[in-house]
Design a protein around this ligand. Structure first.
Ligand SMILES: NC(=O)c1ccc[n+]([C@@H]2O[C@H](COP(=O)([O-])OP(=O)(O)OC[C@H]3O[C@@H](n4cnc5c(N)ncnc54)[C@H](OP(=O)(O)O)[C@@H]3O)[C@@H](O)[C@H]2O)c1
Length: 276
C-alpha cells in the first residue's frame, strides 16, 4: 500500500496530496470503488449530494476497516439548498446518508451568482465548523471575485477551492490568487475526463521520457504544482496507477510543456453555470 503525504490547510488540518473522484458512480459502484480505493491507500474521497452516491460512499467507509480519522471525506452543497437554514438542513441529510458524525471537508458546489445566496450558505458552513460537525470548509468553482466577497462579508477564507484544472485548462491566475491567500487548489477532471488529453503528443512525450503512463505524467503535473487532483476511476488497476505518482519528478520544462495553450474548459463557466 502506498502512504500518501498530506498538505496542511489554512485551518491546520491535513489534506492528502491526491484523492478519488466518485462522479458519475451510483451507490453500488461507489461502494465497490471506494472500498477498493481505501484498500490500496486512498485517504481522500470526493462526493457530492448531486452525485447521488453518498450512501454508497458511507457504506464503503464503514466497512473498510480503515480508521475513520485517517479518511478525509468531502461532500458538497447543491444549488437547490443555497441559503442559511437550507444549508444546515442539507448538511444534516448528507451526514445521515454518509453515516458519519462529522464531515471532513464541506464545499459549496457552485457559486450560482444569479441566485445570490452563496454568502448565506457560507455563514451556515462557518457555523457547522464552529459546532464541530465539519472539520474544514471550502468552495468549488468559485472565482477570485466570489472568494473576495466571502472574505469581505465574513472574514473567513475557504480552506480549499475545487475547480476544473488539467493541462488543457491550467488555471494559472486563479492558482496564483489561491497561493496568495493560502487556499489549497483541488483539481476536478484532472485527467481531462480521460479523453483526448491522454493521447496528446505533449503528454505522450513527457510520459515516454519518464517511463510512466500518460495519466501518471498528468497527475504528477498537478501534484508538483501543489494542486490536489481527485481522478475518478472505477477500475482497481487504474486506481493504483493514479495513486502511484509521487515517486518521480517532472523537470521545470516538462511542467511548462504540459500546460497546453490556449486554455479550454471541458465543464461549466462558474459565472453562468447553473446546477441545482
Ligand atoms: N466540483 C465540481 O464541480 C466537479 C465537476 C466534475 C468533477 N468533479 C469531481 O472530480 C472527479 C474527477 O473528474 P472527472 O470524473 O470529470 O474526470 P477525470 O478524473 O479527469 O477522468 C475520469 C475518466 O478517466 C478514466 N481514467 C481514470 N484513470 C485513468 C487512467 N489511469 N488511464 C486512462 N483513463 C483513466 C476514467 O475511467 P475508469 O473509471 O474506467 O478508469 C474516467 O472515464 C469527479 O469524479 C468528481 O468527484 C467535481
Amino acid at each position: 500500500m502506498i502512504g500518501i503525504p498530506a498538505h496542511t490547510l489554512n485551518d491546520g488540518t491535513p489534506l492528502p496530496a491526491i484523492g478519488l473522484g466518485t462522479w458519475p458512480m451510483d451507490d453500488t459502484e461507489a461502494e465497490r470503488a471506494v472500498r477498493d480505493a481505501l484498500g490500496v491507500g486512498y485517504r481522500l474521497i470526493d462526493t457530492a449530494v448531486n452525485y447521488r452516491n453518498e450512501t454508497g460512499v458511507g457504506r464503503a467507509i464503514a466497512g473498510s476497516g480503515v480508521p475513520r480519522e485517517e479518511i478525509v471525506v468531502t461532500t458538497k452543497l447543491p444549488g437547490r439548498h443555497h441559503g442559511y437554514e437550507e444549508t444546515l438542513a442539507s448538511f444534516e441529510e448528507s451526514r445521515r446518508r454518509l453515516g458519519l458524525d462529522r464531515v471532513d471537508l464541506y464545499l459549496i458546489h457552485w457559486p450560482l451568482p444569479r441566485v445570490g445566496k452563496y454568502v448565506e450558505s457560507w455563514k451556515a458552513m462557518i457555523k457547522l465548523r464552529e459546532d464541530g460537525l465539519v472539520r474544514s470548509i471550502g468552495v468549488s468553482n468559485f472565482t477570485r471575485e466570489h472568494i473576495e466577497r466571502l472574505e469581505k462579508e465574513t472574514g473567513v477564507l475557504p480552506a480549499v477551492n475545487q475547480v476544473e484544472m488539467h493541462p488543457l485548462f491550467p488555471q494559472r491566475e486563479l492558482r496564483a490568487f489561491h497561493a496568495d491567500k493560502g487556499i489549497r487548489t483541488e483539481s476536478w477532471s484532472p485527467l481531462g475526463r480521460g479523453s483526448r488529453l491522454l493521447a496528446d503528443p505533449a503528454v505522450l512525450g513527457v510520459a515516454g521520457a519518464l517511463g510512466v503512463t500518460p495519466a501518471q505524467a498528468v497527475l504528477r503535473w498537478h501534484t508538483q504544482l501543489g494542486a490536489v487532483p481527485v481522478p475518478k476511476s472505477s477500475d482497481p488497476a487504474r486506481q493504483r496507477e493514479n495513486l502511484d505518482v509521487l515517486g518521480f519528478e517532472l523537470a521545470p520544462a516538462q511542467l511548462e510543456t504540459l500546460a497546453l495553450d490556449p486554455p479550454q474548459r471541458l465543464g461549466g463557466d462558474p459565472e453562468t453555470h447553473e446546477e441545482f
